[in-house]
Design a protein around this ligand. Structure first.
Ligand code: NAD
Length: 281
């Protein structure tokens, strides 16, 4: 079984970004990311702080925009301002959002050229028809990890567990683009194991700790675990029962240290790309 480490891949991506960010800064266009936050959820604060540290490491400017009190109008107004702000090249809208405001609705206010985490439904639509667009960073991270796992995609059976707009759907679209035969499973899927156990590539993105056990995995399959769930003892666990699956899978990503670090690195890469695009306009 191959353990597909995300940290080393993330470090590699960040090295390249650091050089590119330095070049843009020297040309007078320092890349800048804004994160909008409208919650005091500790998991969101943790993710925000991780992004802040990562931007500092690679030389990307970072601005936090807090919406207090958290209301839908405030979120929309701040996103409109950031979309129009020429000093900002990338925008990420952290969740959860205030009641009544979905990420898709908020994402509509992010200019597509600054939509570095693929929250604008336009980005997902463009992805679906093969036009250039920023895909959600987590779904991109899944695709980045597959070569490291030596996954064969053309004609392979790929099963994605989870149909969210930010992970499951975009990951499925990207697998389809690589010519896999894609099945999407979700909370209403019947007999999950009968479907996942056919998968050559299995992407688990349900947010259910330990959902994927030995009976869900085909011998030799590549298993990408997107799940990031808080366990009772405070540790972070994936959707895959790692110990049960490790002896069956051909390759597997750990949690933590798999998809997570690559997601952050991809987000930064998108900010640098958005800055370079803005300079060419
Ligand atoms: P979500 O709650 O929006 O979607 C979960 C999906 O899983 C839904 O489509 C639902 O139908 C499906 N699902 C739930 N229970 C299921 C079951 N028993 N069987 C089959 N399908 C089931 O969550 P999300 O935002 O897509 O995130 C999914 C997981 O990925 C979470 O654990 C989240 O924390 C993690 N995540 C990780 C990163 C990262 O960078 N590592 C980023 C985003 C999300």
């Amino acid at each position: 079984m191959r353990l597909v480490e995300g940290r080393s891949l993330a470090a590699e991506i960040r090295r390249t970004i650091g050089q590119e960010a330095g070049r843009l800064r020297a040309e007078g266009a320092p890349p800048a990311l804004a994160a909008l936050i409208a919650t005091d959820d500790p998991a969101t604060a943790w993710y925000h702080d991780a992004i802040a540290r990562a931007t500092a490491d690679v030389g990307i400017d970072f601005r936090t925009v807090r919406v207090e009190p958290a209301d839908a109008r405030g979120v929309i107004d701040r996103l409109d301002e950031l979309s129009a702000d020429s000093q900002i090249h990338g925008i990420i809208c952290l969740t959860p959002l205030p009641p009544g405001l979905t990420l898709a609705r908020a994402g509509e206010r992010i200019a597509p050229r600054k939509d570095v985490d693929g929250a604008n439904p336009t980005s997902l639509g463009r992805l679906a028809v093969g036009l250039p667009a920023f895909a959600p960073a987590t779904a991109q991270a899944v695709m980045e990890l597959l070569p490291a796992a030596r996954a064969r995609l053309v004609g392979a059976d790929a099963v994605v567990v989870g149909r969210s707009d930010v992970v499951g759907k975009p990951a499925a679209l990207m697998l389809l683009r690589e010519h896999a035969t894609v099945t999407i499973c979700h909370s209403r899927t019947e007999n999950l194991a009968s479907i996942t156990s056919r998968a050559d590539v299995l992407v688990a993105a349900a947010g259910r700790p330990g959902l994927i056990g030995a009976e869900h995995v085909k011998p030799g399959a590549v298993v990408i675990d997107v799940g990031t769930n808080a366990a009772e003892d405070g540790s972070i666990v994936g959707d895959v029962d790692f110990d049960a699956v490790a002896g069956i899978a051909g390759a597997i990503t750990p949690v933590p240290g798999g998809v997570g670090p690559v997601t952050t690195a991809v987000l930064l890469r998108n900010v640098v790309a958005a800055t370079a695009i803005a300079r060419r306009r």
